[in-house]
Design a protein around this ligand. Structure first.
Ligand SMILES: Cc1ncc(COP(=O)(O)O)c(C=O)c1O
Length: 498
């Protein structure tokens, strides 16, 4: 018997031997097949078998099976290969090493920090996108997404691409050239919806609201009365550029009263604040993996009602994108027998599965409550430093807090110092709000008390250092006070319920 076979006999099976050596079973099987244990395992094998297999036996056997080769070529052999000089012409001028990102506290508008469980899952070995094990995982992923969206919609799945691809997917499938679409804009992302309508050949009707305010339902009602032929209403539920939340339920009701379908942007709202697709009757919705889902960027979960599927199937013209044609993608995500559509980003999908599982374990209501709790504490701290929220309290998104920058301060310098001195990222204002607001995200795994306290402490330190009348410690104390009050209320509520 060779050393590999003896090792298996001592441990009882290949699996047990693999476990003892902390190796993959396939490797032990490979040793048995090749008839020897590689020399570098000699000492470990002697130790684990209590000397029943000696290191010297392993070394002797490995030496005869796989003799050590003496180098026969110089180390600079590669450059001697004819033609390699020509390849080196394109080599980068600077010596490039492996990339290791620094540890950051991400408290901006996204992406968020990623839960360690999600990162571990993402680094598992690759498998094929039609592997039966993967297909099984896809089904679980769809059902976890239905939970996150609170829907029974069969067509609920993640699109390969960021939130912008989810947005475009909705417009390209649902808007035929000449279709009238009402777009409600109260920030940057409503503007992107408008751009999508124009590019798909639709006829846009714009309903505008001031940035920092929610979409006004009355304005939508008026626009639909004036445009009874409008087929679709599109709006952003949680406007990331301002931190304002619109009343999705009411806006969908109005659209349906006027016989229009709805497209809802839930990129920042999903899992941070209630999104009840079935209860509110939303027709088409998209989100992003990198916000309150705390996953790696690059996936866009979408959900479509039967009405939308019928609407798209009834189109007489060809969808103007091959990649995004819903009818074609259904062959991969919708059907029971799956066929190749595109190479799905398998490891990112493992990660999304784990991120959604974490939400399922926590419970959606608890995730919403967590965002609210830390929002109240963060706000108390910011206000203690004299800052004011951009959005009126009733419409504030807990997961996206926009505050007016302290007066007389170089806002970009503050963000720069937060990043360089404390490793904290916060967001700047966009469009008309550039230079006027800071945006503090409390999304997904970033939404934690340690992040709130670190952020307040760092901001207080930077502002006071820059000469602002901020008393270091006031913000932390206000946040602690807010947490304490919430704990008392929670305890009272629990006592009453018992
Ligand atoms: C409300 C909203 N919609 C759409 C997008 C676009 O998503 P992505 O950047 O993933 O393409 C974002 C991104 O921040 C967003 O906040």
């Amino acid at each position: 018997m060779n050393c590999a076979e003896r090792l298996v006999e001592i441990f009882g099976s290949q699996a047990e031997a693999a476990r003892a050596l902390s190796l993959d079973r396939a490797l032990i099987s490979h040793w048995v097949k090749s008839g020897y244990v590689p020399a570098r395992w000699a000492m470990e094998v002697e130790r684990l078998t209590d000397g029943r297999i000696l290191a010297v036996e392993v070394l002797d056997e490995a030496g005869t099976k796989k003799p050590v080769r003496v180098k026969s070529r110089p180390d600079d052999f590669v450059s001697a290969v004819p033609g390699s000089e020509a390849l080196n012409k394109f080599a980068p001028s600077k010596r490039i090493q492996s990339f290791h990102p620094p540890q950051r506290t991400l408290m901006g508008p996204g992406p968020t920090e990623i839960h360690p469980r999600v990162l571990t899952t993402m680094s598992q070995p690759a498998i094929g996108y039609l592997d039966p094990v993967f297909v099984e995982m896809m089904e679980e992923l769809k059902s976890l997404l239905r939970y996150a969206y609170q829907t029974r919609n069969a067509l609920t799945f993640p699109i390969s691409g960021p939130g912008s691809v989810g947005m475009e997917f909705c417009f390209v499938n649902m808007v035929a050239p000449g279709d009238k679409v009402v777009v409600c804009q109260n920030g940057v992302f409503g503007g992107r919806m408008l751009e999508n309508v124009i590019r798909t050949g639709g006829v846009p009707v714009l309903v505008e609201d001031t940035w920092g305010e929610p979409v006004d339902p009355q304005k939508l009602e008026d626009a639909l009365k004036k445009n009874p032929d409008a087929k679709i209403v599109a709006f952003v539920h949680a406007e990331t550029s301002t931190g304002a939340q619109s009343d999705a339920k009411t806006l969908v009701e109005i659209a349906h009263r006027h016989d229009a379908l709805t497209i809802v942007d839930a990129v920042t709202s999903l899992a941070g604040t209630p999104v009840l697709v079935d209860e509110w009757g939303i027709d088409a919705i998209y989100s992003g993996s990198q916000k309150c889902l705390s996953c790696t960027p690059g996936l866009s979960p979408v959900s479509f009602s039967e009405r939308v599927v019928d609407h798209v199937k009834a189109r007489k013209d060809k969808i103007r994108s091959w990649f995004m044609d819903m009818n074609l993608l259904l062959g991969y995500w919708g059907a029971t027998t799956r066929t190749y559509h595109h190479t799905a980003p398998t490891n990112s999908l493992f990660a999304l599965h784990e991120a959604l599982l974490l939400i399922r374990e926590e419970g959606l209501e608890n995730a919403w409550a967590r965002a609210h709790r830390h929002h109240v504490a963060l706000k108390a701290g910011l206000e203690a430093m004299g800052m004011k929220m951009l959005v009126a309290e009733k419409y504030q998104l807990p997961q996206m807090n926009a505050v007016l920058c302290a007066e007389g301060v170089n806002e970009a310098e503050v963000r720069k110092r937060l990043l360089s001195e404390f490793g904290i990222e916060i967001g700047a204002g966009l469009g008309p709000l550039a230079g006027k607001i800071w945006r503090f995200g409390l999304m997904g795994y970033s939404c934690r008390p340690d992040n709130v306290m670190l952020c307040l402490s760092a901001l207080g330190s930077v502002l006071s250092d820059m000469g602002l009348p901020v008393h270091v410690g006031d913000a932390e104390s206000a946040a602690h006070g807010a947490y304490a009050q919430m704990h008392v209320k929670d305890a009272q509520r629990k006592k009453k319920a018992a």
